[in-house]
Unconditional design. Structure first.
Length: 278
C-alpha cells in the first residue's frame, strides 16, 4: 500500500549560480545570519534505521505539541529504512510510474505533500527533521534553507569536503572531482512550525538513485561522503557532529538526547491525516 504523509519543499528550478567558499577554513568560520536566541531544544537521535511511517508519526505528534508550546524546538536525527518519497511536483518521467520496480529490492514508497519531486532515503544517509518555530530562527523560508545548507556545509568542511550552493537548486553540491549532489532539502511550514528537513549522503548505497530523477533533475549525479573520501564513515560520529554544528548555526542548546525509539513511539498516537496540513 502506498503511504501518504504531509510535507512541502522549495522546488528545484533552473539557474546555476554556484557558491563555494575559497577555502575549507572559510567554510568553517563563515557566520550564519543573525537569529534570535533559542534557550533550549530537544534532540532525538536514533542508532538504527527508522521506518518512514514511524518518523512521520513522531513529526506529526511533535508538530502539534510545538504549536501549543507543549514542547521546545525539536530535531530528529536518524537514518531511514529504504524508501522513495514522491513530492507533489513529481512528474511521471521522474520515476517511471512503476511502483513495483521501485519496491523490487524491498524499498517502501510514499507520496508526500512537500512539493518538489522524487528522492530516495536509506541506511547510511542521515536525515534531520526540525520541528521548530520559524520566527525564532529565521526571517523566512529562504533564510531557513540557507541555515540548513550551512549546517551541512560546515559539517562537510570538517571532513575536508567543500560543499557548495547552487542558486535556485536547494541542497548541497560538490564540484570536485565532478559536480554532484550530496544533500537535499525539503521543508513544510505549517502555522509557523516546520516539518521535514534535509538528507545528507554519508556512507550509503547510491544505486537506488539511478532508478529516478533525483529532485526532478534528469541525469543528476549523486555522491556521498564515503565515495568522495574512499573510506568508510562512522555514522554515529557524523550524527554527533551534526548535532554540534546544528547547535552552533541555530543557537540552540540541546537539553535532551535519546538514542533509541523507546519512549517515543509508544505514545506517538495515530499519524496525522494528510488533510490536516493542506
Amino acid at each position: 500500500m502506498v503511504g501518504y504523509a504531509t510535507m512541502r519543499a522549495r522546488t528545484d528550478a533552473e539557474g546555476e549560480s554556484v557558491n563555494c567558499s575559497g577555502t575549507l577554513k572559510a567554510l568553517i568560520e563563515a557566520s550564519a545570519p543573525v537569529v534570535r536566541r533559542s534557550p533550549d531544544g530537544v534532540l532525538l537521535t536514533f542508532s538504527t534505521p527508522v521506518p518512514y511511517s514511524t518518523a512521520w508519526e513522531l513529526q506529526s505528534r511533535f508538530h502539534r505539541e510545538r504549536q501549543l508550546d507543549l514542547r521546545p524546538d525539536t530535531v530528529l536525527i536518524l537514518e531511514h529504512q529504504p524508501v522513495y518519497t514522491l513530492g507533489r511536483s513529481t512528474k511521471l518521467s521522474d520515476w517511471g510510474g512503476n511502483e513495483a520496480a521501485l519496491r523490487a529490492n524491498g524499498a517502501d514508497l510514499w507520496h508526500v505533500n512537500r512539493g518538489g519531486s522524487v528522492t530516495y532515503h536509506g541506511p547510511g544517509q542521515i536525515v534531520a527533521y526540525p520541528i521548530i518555530r520559524l520566527s525564532q530562527h529565521a526571517a523566512g523560508p529562504r533564510q531557513l534553507v540557507w541555515q540548513l545548507e550551512e549546517v551541512m556545509i560546515r559539517l562537510l568542511a570538517k571532513w575536508n569536503i567543500a560543499g557548495c550552493r547552487i542558486d535556485k537548486r536547494p541542497g548541497v553540491w560538490v564540484m570536485k572531482p565532478t559536480p554532484a549532489k550530496i544533500a537535499s532539502i525539503g521543508l513544510r511550514i505549517h502555522q509557523g512550525i516546520t516539518l521535514h528537513g534535509f538528507a545528507l549522503n554519508v556512507d550509503m548505497d547510491l544505486e537506488p538513485f539511478q532508478r529516478i530523477h533525483p529532485c526532478g533533475l534528469p541525469h543528476c549525479p549523486v555522491t556521498s561522503m564515503a565515495t568522495l573520501l574512499n573510506t568508510e564513515i562512522p555514522m554515529n560520529e557524523i550524527k554527533n557532529e551534526l548535532a554540534h554544528t546544528w547547535s552552533t548555526v541555530f543557537a540552540i542548546e540541546w537539553t535532551l538526547a535519546v538514542g533509541t525509539l523507546d519512549g517515543c513511539v509508544a505514545d506517538a498516537g495515530e499519524p496525522t491525516p494528510i488533510t490536516a496540513f493542506l
